[in-house]
Design a protein around this ligand. Structure first.
Ligand SMILES: [Zn+2]
Ligand SMILES: [Zn+2]
Length: 330
């Protein structure tokens, strides 16, 4: 038997239950998670804000050790990370537009397929799995924020060397944006809160300037929205220089409408981009970049570790913003 944290009923506490130990599916593997991340999406899932099947084991981010493999090139004992979503490869978005994150048939661990908040996770055929030897906590610090920003900055709007970049938001997505922008040669200002988060970013050298929400900032070539609050958008648009770009990433959950003045976009000739989630290729690129990131930034310091049985406390701490990045250690 093995333990798993299961969502049985929306709006109710999750339950730590005993489940059968999975065996590796043909073309897949079973991994023993060392760490499984908690993110804002998990809070929304518990509240039933997304239509997902129940009961389901949560956990769409993880790093672990292969327990049983039926995939060539992987064996028991390998340390791996895996992409949370598997696209179908056949639909119009996948096959014609080459946009796997927009696939309507996507299967996502911890969302519509059992996830990593457990002693074992079965990874199905088609999952992108990548070996890593980077310090596990550092790798987990930006487990889904990192690949999300690899997609946004790698394919939607890149940072050019020397550009002035403003990042709105000091959560994991904002910090992922900042470190990748810095690695690309951007000069980064982080606008966000609470002050403790900005202080930690400053201590770790993430960003070069740190400003409270509502504070004055110089106009930027590129502003990256990682706040997740609709009202941040009008403010973000006002921070872009004439001819600059605005990249919206943080509005992952539909938090409603906001007021923007579209004349600003035309008059100041702005380029506005959106970026949705990430694919297996983006996770692989994140893992490839990890040594360069960890050499420059002490990312493990962003993470707080909880036992599997502390899942409710961990979720409460995430909800209250008491921790920057929470992970469960099964
Ligand atoms: Zn996540
Ligand atoms: Zn598809």
């Amino acid at each position: 038997m093995a333990r798993a944290v299961v969502l049985k009923e929306f709006g109710q506490p999750l339950e730590l239950v005993d489940v059968p130990t999975p065996s590796a599916p043909e073309g897949g593997m079973v991994v023993r998670p060392l760490y499984a991340g908690i993110c804002g999406t998990d809070l929304h899932l518990r509240e039933g804000r997304l239509p997902v099947p129940t009961p389901i084991t949560l956990g769409h981010e993880g790093l672990g050790v292969v327990h049983e493999s039926r995939v060539e090139g992987f064996g028991a004992g390998d340390t791996v990370m895996w992409a949370s979503s598997v696209s179908c490869g056949r639909c119009e978005q996948c096959a014609r537009h080459r946009e796997p994150t927009l696939c309507g048939e996507r299967k996502t661990y911890g969302v519509n397929r059992d996830g990593a908040w457990a002693d074992f996770i079965a990874l199905q055929p088609g999952t992108t799995v990548v070996k890593t030897d980077v310090e596990p906590l550092a790798a987990m610090s930006l487990a889904c924020a990192g690949p999300t920003m690899v997609h946004a900055l790698g394919e939607r709007r890149a940072v050019r060397v020397g550009e002035r970049v403003v990042v709105q938001g000091a959560g994991p997505v904002g910090l992922a944006a900042a470190v990748l922008a810095q690695l690309s040669g951007g000069r980064v200002t982080i606008v966000g809160g609470p002050p403790g988060r900005l202080g930690l970013a400053r201590e770790l050298g993430i960003g070069e300037e740190w400003v409270d929400i509502g504070g004055e900032v110089e106009e930027a070539d590129l502003v990256i929205e990682c706040a997740g609050v609709p009202d941040a958008v009008a403010q973000g648009i006002s921070m872009v220089r004439r001819g600059g770009a605005y990249l919206v990433v943080g509005q992952y959950t539909d938090a409603g409408d906001t007021v923007v003045n579209p004349h600003q976009i035309v008059r100041r000739q702005l380029s506005v981009y959106g970026s949705w989630a990430f694919s297996g290729a983006h996770l692989a690129e994140y893992v490839r970049l990890l040594p360069a990131l960890t050499e420059r930034f002490d990312l493990a310091r962003l993470v707080t570790v909880y036992g599997l049985d502390e899942h409710e406390k961990a979720m409460a701490d995430v909800a209250a913003g008491r921790v920057l990045k929470a992970v469960l250690a099964p």
